[in-house]
Design a protein. Structure first.
Length: 449
């Protein structure tokens, strides 16, 4: 027996591509061309096949890693003279595809259904909950499949193959992977829940299907495809709304003095090539409030019995683009000055609108701000961007009469809408957080105390 390294083949020149699934384990027999890992770039999803048959000795990558051409995926023991062992044989990458044709039903790999990948547990993060036990002899569900919904589901080719084998309509499965991606564990969990008699809705509650209506019967219609961003973010928002018990706290912040200060320094910022927007001040104040109330800067462990409190403050901000809503992330907000934040806001916003944001610029947020002040509105209830536990919504500031020192005076008031996960944050904490945030916005000198 010889030990061979299996490396990432030519993947079209992409560098640092995310590993979103690991489909093999140490000790597992693999067949030639069997999928080993699934990669996802900003343009495509692809399975990387094995160039040889043998037994996996060691898996060198985990879900969440980033790999490039030539990185070692795994080592495998192969028999001398087996396929793919000849020196110099070029490993061939599979055809990149976002979604295979709906009617396509790939043949299962020679080794059978791929096992559930071992979830990654980066340092400082809680272990992912174990997937439910699986009966390999269990009959497939055989439920009717909506081919259009199946085609649009956000899943890799290997997961689609597994769903076909088990008779699962992927349009009914909630994805728990990055950006709502459906993983193999999600498919197995769905089948387990259905076969045990519980419905696929949250907490065992059936969610009625939406009726299919031919709207053209009532008049002229136009059918438009959702953008790729909408197809990706939609399931994530839906999942968050179903699983997170949302409550929203409202507060008004007096930003009269802050707005005067911003206008006084606007020309200085423009001379340096960027605009001094109000969002930069809001980011700084939010970082101060998160430092004062670290529970808001946390995530609930998947098991539901632990809280992961983050020692970093990375804040995402909602960005409206022609392609859809993006959430770029500014890291270490608490360590940066107002001008630094304003400059980074301008750079990320420009990159987002041009479609040039890198994957790492859209990941790692511990809190999110959604500002609609430039458009309008008096209040709204933003949806928590799980696994974060809170989100801040900001509406348009307006001059209002405020009673101060025995008289009504005009003040510029900013409406704040703070939505939170009630499993982690109670009403008292939410009120304290928003009051503290409003106080910081009224006088940023408080950050120096």
């Amino acid at each position: 027996m010889a030990v061979r390294e299996i490396k990432v083949p030519d993947i079209g020149g992409f560098e640092a591509v995310d590993v979103v699934e690991v489909l093999v384990d140490s000790g597992e027999r693999i067949a030639k061309d069997q999928s080993l890992i699934t990669l996802e770039s900003d343009k495509a999803t692809m399975d990387v096949p094995s160039p040889l048959a043998g037994t996996v000795r060691e898996v060198r990558v985990r879900r969440g890693d980033k790999v490039s051409e030539g990185d070692v995926i795994a080592t495998a023991e192969v028999a001398a003279g087996s396929a793919g062992e000849e020196s110099g044989e070029k490993e061939k990458a599979p055809e990149e595809e976002e979604s295979p044709p709906a009617a396509e039903r790939p043949e299962p790999p020679a080794s059978g259904r791929p096992p559930a990948p071992e979830p990654a547990t980066p340092a400082g993060h809680p272990p992912v909950a174990e997937p439910p036990s699986w009966d390999e002899e269990q009959e497939p569900l055989g439920e009717p499949i909506d081919e259009e919904g199946f085609r649009k589901a956000y899943a890799s080719p290997s997961v689609r193959r597994l769903a076909r084998e088990l008779g699962v309509d992927l349009s009914h499965v909630d994805g728990t992977g990055k950006r709502g991606r459906i993983l193999a564990d999600d498919v197995r969990r769905y089948v387990k829940r259905r076969l045990s008699g519980s419905a696929p809705g949250p907490m065992g509650l059936e969610i009625p299907e939406m009726p299919v209506i031919d709207f053209s019967r009532f008049g002229e219609v136009e059918v438009r495809e959702l953008s790729r961003i909408q197809r990706i973010s939609g399931p994530a928002v839906h999942r968050s709304w179903l699983h997170v018990p949302h409550v929203t706290q409202f507060e008004d912040a007096d930003i009269t003095d802050l707005d005067l200060f911003r206008k006084e320094h606007a020309a200085e910022a423009e001379a340096q090539g960027f605009k001094l927007t109000f969002l930069a001040f809001l980011l700084k104040a939010a970082a101060g409030a998160l430092a004062a109330y670290p529970t808001v800067n946390s995530s609930l462990d998947p098991g539901g019995d632990k809280l992961v409190v983050k020692k970093y403050i990375h804040i995402g901000f909602a960005l409206d683009t022609e392609a859809g809503l993006l959430v770029p992330v500014i890291r270490d907000v608490d360590r940066k000055g107002i001008f630094d934040l304003a400059r980074e806001l301008a750079e990320l916003s420009a990159a987002g609108r041009d479609g040039k944001l890198k994957p790492d610029q859209l990941q790692g947020a511990s809190f999110t701000i959604s500002s609609l002040g430039g458009i309008g509105g008096t209040a709204f209830t933003p949806i928590v961007n799980a696994p974060e536990v809170a989100i801040l919504g900001v509406s348009r500031a307006a001059m209002k009469p405020v009673y101060r020192e025995g008289e009504l005076v005009p003040r510029l008031m900013l409406p704040l809408s703070f939505s939170y996960d009630h499993r982690v944050i109670d009403g008292a904490l939410a009120a304290r957080f928003t009051v503290h945030l409003a106080a910081l916005l009224a006088d940023l000198r408080r950050l120096l105390l």
